[in-house]
Ligand binder design. Sequence first.
Ligand code: PEP
Ligand code: MN
Length: 339
Amino acid sequence: MIVAMQDVADEKQIQQVIDHLVKMGFEVHRSTGARQTVLGAVGAVIDFDIRNLELLPGVQEVHRISSPYKLAGKGFRPEGTIVKLANEVSIGGNEVVVMAGPCSVESREQLFATAEAVSKAGAKVLRGGAFKPRSSPYSFQGHGEDALKLLREAGDKFKLLVISEVMEISQIPMMLPYVDILQVGARNMQNFNLLRELGKVRKPVLLKRGIAATLEELLLSAEYIMAGGNYDVILCERGIRTFETYTRNTMDISAIPIIHKLSHLPMTADPSHGTGRRDKVSPMARAAVAAGADALLIEVHCDPDKAWSDGAQSLYPEQFTKLMAELRMIAPAVGRSIE
Ligand code: PEP
Ligand code: MN
């Protein structure tokens, strides 16, 4: 941490800040220039609030240098994390893994037709909501365990792994036999009790960025899961709320290289929720792969015009097949592959 003192700060104020830093557990290095004194505080302390220092008399500004997370930070595993799934699929290696399927599981016919199409096109993981976090309590809330059974069956039939969203702690044990990845939705990114429980699970977790969450907050949420011993965390950018209304959310492509700089965890992009419009999903998926995404999460529906949720942002199977062909051209240009 760097503490810059005001040019008018007197010796007593400087000493008070030094004492405060030492009490916090830091070793303090002082440099006094012609006008100002700057204090460099080094140490292994990670849990502190810089505002407590900013409030001390004579302090001009305080900058945190070390990150507030340790397990999720790049330094914990500079070589990067590869999350190994079943069937020799892994996320974070050379291959960009595509997860695709409907927003929610509606019926056997809908799920199987969609699963067959995405599998043929080259997806490795089948997505589908069994528990749906909907803005309105009157909207379809998901078929629950029946949907999970269908997901497993369709996944096994079409050689796809399965990802589905877990909304609360009580659903975890019920979901474990059916899914290969547990998804934490944007609305639950800071449900710390849920994150702690997922830390006890030995199954990969895909953690979505909250609607108004900073990347530091996303990494701190990942830290909750990792602190429990579950290091198989996959992060996901799914668009954030901004003042732009043209798209449902603003897809933050820059989050991908930023996360790769700050963390060793693999990064996924969800251009479906990121844009909310079918016509913008493919361009953003292409951009995400070009920016270094390790995986994509894309909504595809066999008949999007009749979808029970998020039809407008779901690709037609033909669009998805075309997108996969485009991604297969883009991935090698950035040193990656897509099967
Ligand atoms: C979803 O993937 O179905 C979903 C609800 O996404 P998000 O949490 O990003 O809104
Ligand atoms: Mn959706």
